[in-house]
Design a protein around this ligand. Structure first.
Ligand code: ADP
Length: 494
């Protein structure tokens, strides 16, 4: 046979410290990447864009001065302002004629261009709606034209010199103008190298800072949690006095409050459970002692083997089996495994039948159990469960009614419901205990009148049954006057 066992493989979870360090490191790396991308990788790109934008700005300024009497002077001013060189041509009969220029002393290219190169730039601009931007690189060692057929023969400049050339063609007063603007692009490689060193330092410092910060933060967050875990472990081994503290953070304080509440509840349940075991063992031991005692008497003493003694043994056995039944019922109700089997029956009739069980008690112990009803009350419910409810309520009333020995059972009809109530003249229940009496294992006092059979679980079974029927129920009680336990069921429609 092949038996497969599912191991309880514990999922490995990562601690707050590791997660925080990882998260902060990831964030730092992201920030560093963005800095590297923008400040180092794209530095040259942004710089060149800025330069071309400046040339465009200068061009627009120059256009505003077109037609001015002192146009040449204005041109020089604009060129000085932007540290650029400018040449302005008119095109007449396919001939370029220079009308003005400004050479402000920057490393200029446009003043060294051959006519063929000038026309080549003009052509490119003309093909591009009158606007052409060119990043022009000089390689003095080479006389080969660049990729656009442009080359600068005889211009001697350092090999890695690069200029931004802006070419524009426009019309002014019916005349075609052709303008060249030139700005030197300083090499950014040295700046990039400086930035790279700076970046390495920034990266190292930021990463160390992130780790330090994460460790500190995780310590601050994890410490109260670790303290709570330690106390929770003590709680798990039965030390319910643990007092959880959650200073510092709202969430941790809420967790501590919840755990404190849970600890109090567990302690109370534990206490009640111990009490229940004591009660049940007492309730089990008493009939067992009786059965054993009577059995021995009947075995050892001649003439005691009579029907009366056998009846005692039978009664005690009944008491025992009812106790065991009640325990089973309660556990089934609590586990939700007890099924409700609804049927139509007359609640008045059922109550009357239940009263018959108390005949002996009435006859031998002087109890007076009064029953009044408004008449037939047909309900649709689990008959045997409702019987148990009535039985438990009457049992309790008999148990606690005190010296008056009087119990009253009423069935009152309303428009669409019926209410059954059981009154007694007993000690009553203190107001602050009215809620708790429905809890399993709960007893107001430890004295138990054993005039009738009772398991000590009665009200929790009553509560379980009535709640599973969705019925209303309750208790009214006045200390020293008595108690009234009641429940209501909807009347079955004919
Ligand atoms: P028990 O077997 O102890 O009666 P129950 O669950 O039936 O168990 O009742 C819980 C507690 O409620 C009782 O211990 C008792 O203190 C209180 N109680 C129940 N019914 C009455 C009543 N009719 N009069 C006074 N106290 C009652």
């Amino acid at each position: 046979m092949n038996v497969t066992r599912k191991g309880s493989a514990k999922k490995r979870t990562v601690g707050i410290r590791v997660k925080l360090i990882a998260a902060l490191l990831a964030f730092t790396v992201l920030v560093l990447f963005v800095i590297w991308l923008l400040q180092i990788k794209l530095l040259a790109y942004f710089y060149e864009r800025e330069k071309f934008a400046e040339l465009e700005e200068a061009y627009l300024e120059i256009r505003t001065h077109m037609g001015d009497a002192d146009f040449e002077k204005q041109l020089v001013e604009v060129a000085e302002k932007h540290s650029i060189c400018v040449r302005v041509f008119t095109i007449v009969n396919k001939q370029a004629k220079e009308v003005a220029d400004a050479d402000v002393g920057v490393e200029c290219m446009i003043h060294h261009l051959s006519m063929s190169l000038l026309w080549s730039l003009h052509r490119n601009a003309a093909l591009n709606e009158g606007s052409y931007d060119k990043r022009m690189e000089i390689n003095s060692a080479s006389s080969e034209p660049d990729e656009e057929g442009v080359y600068l023969p005889g211009l001697h400049r350092p090999a890695d010199t690069v200029n931004a050339i802006c070419v524009r063609i426009f019309q002014y007063e019916g005349q075609e103008y052709f303008i060249l603007l030139d700005s030197e692009l300083s090499p950014v490689s040295a700046t990039i190298r400086t930035l790279q060193v700076q970046f390495i330092w920034t990266a190292v410092l930021l990463l160390c800072g992130a780790i330090l910060f994460a460790v500190l933060l995780s310590k601050i967050i994890a410490e109260p949690l670790t303290a709570i875990t330690g106390k929770a472990r003590r709680l798990a081994v039965g030390n319910y006095t643990a007092d959880f503290e959650g200073n510092g953070y709202r969430e941790i304080r809420e967790l501590a409050d919840t755990l404190n509440f849970a600890a109090r509840e567990i302690a109370a349940t534990d206490h009640l459970q111990k009490e229940l075991i004591a009660n049940i063992s007492h309730d089990l031991r008493t009939p067992l002692t009786m059965i054993k005692g009577y059995g021995e008497i009947m075995r050892d003493i001649p003439g005691e083997n009579n029907a009366e003694n056998v009846q005692v043994i039978i009664d005690e056995t009944t008491r025992l089996s009812e106790l065991v039944h009640d325990l089973l019922d309660l556990s089934k109700l609590q586990a939700g495994t007890k099924k409700i089997e609804k049927e139509l029956f007359d609640l008045t009739e059922l109550t009357r039948e239940t009263m018959l069980r108390y005949d002996a008690l009435i006859r031998h112990n002087g109890y007076r159990i009064l029953f009044e009803s408004d008449g037939e009350a047909n309900v649709c419910a689990d008959r045997s469960m409702i019987l148990q409810v009535i039985y438990n309520l009457i049992n309790n009333a008999v148990n606690y009614t005190g010296e008056s020995l009087r119990v009253r059972v009423y069935i009152k009809l309303f428009k669409d419901k019926v209410r059954l109530s059981v009154d007694d003249d007993g000690e009553g229940i203190p107001a602050d205990k009215l809620e708790q009496i429905w809890d399993r294992y709960y007893r107001v006092d430890k004295v138990h009148n054993r005039a009738v059979i009772g398991s000590g679980l009665g009200l929790s079974i009553v509560k379980g049954i009535l709640e599973s029927h969705g019925a209303q129920y309750g208790v009214e009680s006045k200390e020293g006057v008595g108690s009234k336990f009641w429940f209501e069921l909807p009347l079955a429609k004919s």
